[in-house]
Write a protein that binds this ligand. Structure first.
Ligand code: HEM
Ligand code: FES
Length: 481
């Protein structure tokens, strides 16, 4: 099985192409009918037609707020851009096509298939370095459309592209990822040419304002350190957000059902009749279970539909065990986070859910007809912020506390001076008793907290410096307004 859906493909061919008008020195104007989603696959509320920022300065990203006018944004192509040149790499099973002038440096190919795509090495592509299906999937996943593949010496559109519905994904800190054969036109309606060999199905469009190859992304967002607003660091992420949202889960289920299931003698026959969009359905279910939007309920029918699909399947324990093993393997293959906290929660759900699937699948099983879709959470409060990481990159920031010292005559304020002393992991480890981020709770227990700070028994990973303890004591003993 390949990743595409033949149903989608047939429908798509009949539809007229949607358009994006690229305004001169201004925003992108997307026609109604093009879905706009964030990097987690969650629809971004928008009135159609939509004006999308491409100067990188809007305060209402991804939407345009006319900042391009004040900034004097211009959209000329930079002569220093990488030349438009199609390279052809002949391999034993296929030819791989690559235009470095189109590449947006998302790194999907080098991250996922480094036996073929070599980061910083020449030749960049070793086209015989992987199985043909893995090679095809890597080409299709290239968001800029720089890569193509053909069995002969010409790019084969059917192999290189998947027909998807028209969509703009607002990637995190990066370009708009366009899919679904959307046509790009200038203000005068004239089509905007793409580089040689570029996909017509997908492309990456600059939204940082600094591309050398406007309107396409050239990877400059890395150089200019383009960043979206950071979400509230004090809010615990859902498993859905931590996993990378629907696109990451879909990547995983597609790998599962295309790489592992068909070839397995125990699982293959069970799924022989599955619907072509089964990977989408399971990804939607997992999105919902892991705390994301209610995709499965909205799109496919919720708990009843899911349970009805397992009834009577008579899943055997050895089939379940394989199912769980391959799912974890697919999570690795898809690059889902591998940190202990995420994997503990993920595996716990896979074990729990797959055992319920076995229970529900028996000939005389009577699963309850109306249950809510479960909402899974981090296990035993092992959230990402619950402990300092031992890995250098992760450790930075997680252990840091920003201490704001009040002036000698200034009143110590809880929100400004005290609350920031407690890290998420401190808060989590005390939540069973009280909340270190609530003034009322800390005030009520201030003498006990101070005693433990002075004794060095709190926090559990190391005592506070004397200056911080003194600040807490000053707040604890000052008359509270
Ligand atoms: C956490 C565990 C599991 C989850 C979340 C899950 C999820 C799902 C979902 C959402 C569907 C319904 C898709 C639809 O709307 O049509 C489904 C169907 C199905 N599941 Fe599972 N499943 C789990 C475990 C298992 C296991 C252990 C097996 C067998 C080894 C299995 C075999 C099947 C089969 C055969 C179907 C019907 C596929 C078709 O013919 O379309 N599932 N599963
Ligand atoms: S978003 Fe990639 S260069 Fe602007």
């Amino acid at each position: 099985m390949t990743e595409d859906s033949s149903v989608e493909r047939a429908n798509d061919k009949q539809k007229p192409r949607k358009r994006i008008v690229v305004r001169s020195n201004g925003p992108y104007e997307a026609e109604p009918g093009i879905a706009i989603v964030d990097h987690l696959g969650v629809p971004v509320a928008a009135e159609a037609p939509v004006r999308l920022c491409r100067c990188g300065q809007s305060q209402t990203k991804p939407f345009c707020d006319d900042s391009h006018v004040a900034r004097g944004f211009t959209d000329g192509r930079d002569p220093r851009r990488v030349p438009d040149k199609l390279d052809v790499h002949a391999g034993q099973q296929a030819y791989v096509f690559d235009n470095r002038g189109t590449c947006a440096h998302s790194g999907f190919c080098t991250d996922r298939l480094n036996s073929v795509f070599h980061l910083g090495e020449e030749p960049f592509i070793a086209p015989s370095g992987a199985r043909l299906d893995d090679l095809i999937n890597a080409v299709r996943r290239c968001p800029s459309g720089a890569l193509g593949i053909g069995i002969g010496p010409a790019r084969d559109t059917n192999l290189s592209d998947v027909d998807r519905p028209p969509q703009i994904e607002v990637s995190k800190d990066g370009p708009y990822r366009l899919t679904g054969h959307v046509e790009l036109v200038g203000e005068d309606g004239a089509p905007i040419a793409r580089n040689e060999g570029a996909s017509q199905e997908h492309a990456s469009l600059c939204r940082c304002g600094s591309s050398l190859n406007k309107p396409f992304c050239s990877g400059m967002h890395w150089n200019v350190d383009f960043h979206d607003p950071v979400p509230d660091p004090l809010r615990e992420p859902t498993l859905f957000e931590w996993a990378g949202g629907y696109p990451a889960l879909l990547d995983m289920t597609r790998i599962f059902y295309s790489r592992y299931v068909p070839e397995d003698p125990l699982l293959g026959p069970l799924f022989a009749e599955m619907s072509p969009d089964h990977p989408e359905r399971v990804a939607a279910w997992l999105s919902e279970v892991f705390g994301g939007p209610r995709f499965y309920t909205e799109r496919y029918g919720g708990y009843r539909r899911m349970v009805s699909q397992h009834i009577g399947k008579e899943i055997r324990p050895e089939q379940r065990a394989l199912w769980a093993t391959y799912m974890v393997q697919s999570a690795d293959d898809a690059g889902l986070p591998s940190d202990p906290e995420f994997r503990a929660a993920f595996v716990a759900y896979i074990e729990w859910g797959s055992r319920i699937a076995v229970e529900n699948s028996g000939a005389d099983a009577t699963p309850p007809p109306n249950m809510p879709v479960p909402r899974w959470w981090w296990v035993c409060n092992a959230t990402p912020a619950a402990r300092p990481s031992a890995i250098a990159d992760d450790a930075q920031g997680a252990n840091e506390v920003s201490v704001v010292l009040p002036g000698p005559d200034e009143e110590v304020q809880f929100d400004q001076h005290i609350r920031p002393l407690f890290r998420p992991m401190d808060r989590n480890s005390m939540l069973f008793a009280f909340d270190l981020w609530k003034e009322e709770d800390v005030s009520k227990h201030s003498r006990q907290i101070l005693a433990r700070l002075e004794a060095g028994t709190m926090p559990c990973d190391g005592a506070w410096p004397a200056e911080r303890i003194a600040l807490f004591a000053r707040w604890a003993f000052q008359p509270h307004s």
